[in-house]
Design a protein. Sequence first.
Length: 113
Amino acid sequence: MDAAERQQILDRYLDHSRRFEEVAARRRSVSPATAAVIPFQSVPRAELEQEPTAREIEVLQLISDGLVNREIGQRLYLSEETVKSHVRHLLAKLQARSRAHAVAVGFRRSLIG
């Protein structure tokens, strides 16, 4: 995957994120009860304060290359469940709402390139 393809993915994510925020703002203006979209899982504070491990950054790089958990596991010689665990930890540590958001945060923080 080259830089242009990564930029397209990032642009699509940013557009999606903007549209999501617009819808969320409209919902909040309707009624507080409607505004409750999806509650975030509570994440231990210690996990939020940690930086991603080297292995988690490897997983994030492969996510940015468009691989799914099974393919990441094959590349890194990990089980699919272990990859899922790394992804969960990444989402928590980067405070990301999705895999695409985690990739965007990873690019912004220069964790991946």
